[in-house]
Design a protein. Sequence first.
Length: 306
Amino acid sequence: MGGILNRTLTAAGHEVVVVTRRPTQDGELRWDGRTLGPWAETIDGSDVVINLAGRSVSCRYTEQNLRAMMDSRVDSARVVGEAIAAARRPPQVWLQMSTATIYAHRFDAPHDEATGVIGGGEPDVPRYWDFSVEIAKNWEREQQRAQTPRTRKVALRSAMVMSPDRGGVFDYLLWLARLGLGGPVAGGDQYMPWIHDHDFVRATTFLIDRDDITGPVNLAAPTPLPQRAFMHALRKAGGAPVGLPATKWMAEIGAFVLRSDTELLLKSRRVVPGRLLETGFTFDHTHWPQAADELVRRARHERRRT
């Protein structure tokens, strides 16, 4: 997501400074995600800070990895808050990454920011799913408690961002579909929230410009759909006629082989963008079949170029 925002904002004429644990290009600044350092000087005088830092969730959910997910998110949010608090000219707005995973596993009703149910303690789900919710809650809490009275704060409860970039979630799901593995998982009734990468950028810039919006905002297309329908549309767009179904235990084996976790596939996240729609944001990509077609075309174009 950082790469997507960097490309788009730079192309629009903005000066973007990337702060990262692993600088690879000139102009990128190094930080450890935990402590103040020379990188914090770039906060002073900036218009906007967007914090996307956090250990990848594409891993086995061991105790060690879950703790690393928690610490990397909470520590980075805390130190960004410290840098903003110390700035003589603090940024006008701080957009802090969060996640749609904060909401409860449910099928019956959608989650918007006003009426959505925060997760934790749901029956018949693995107890470690509660820890994922605690990560999200602590992540947002760290931003809320930061003493930054001159900086507006927004928490981005983002769905899966779909882009044709190599290594992203869309690339991974399209690969599964082309292998014939893009069928229903554990029945396929669980909802999958998503947002097209163009709308992710547009929503981000919308929130930067709207100085009346604070607090949590769902970044998700208005039409989440069950995993079965989601993958059917992706298979059709990618020209993969067959999608073998998988039981829960088969998904567990596959996740183990891929060093990932089944929560990413099995948790039902029926998340909708209540605040974005209420404040006048319009999505360019509201329906997944059409969005999937466009993303597949872009992916094929990029592959031909490289």
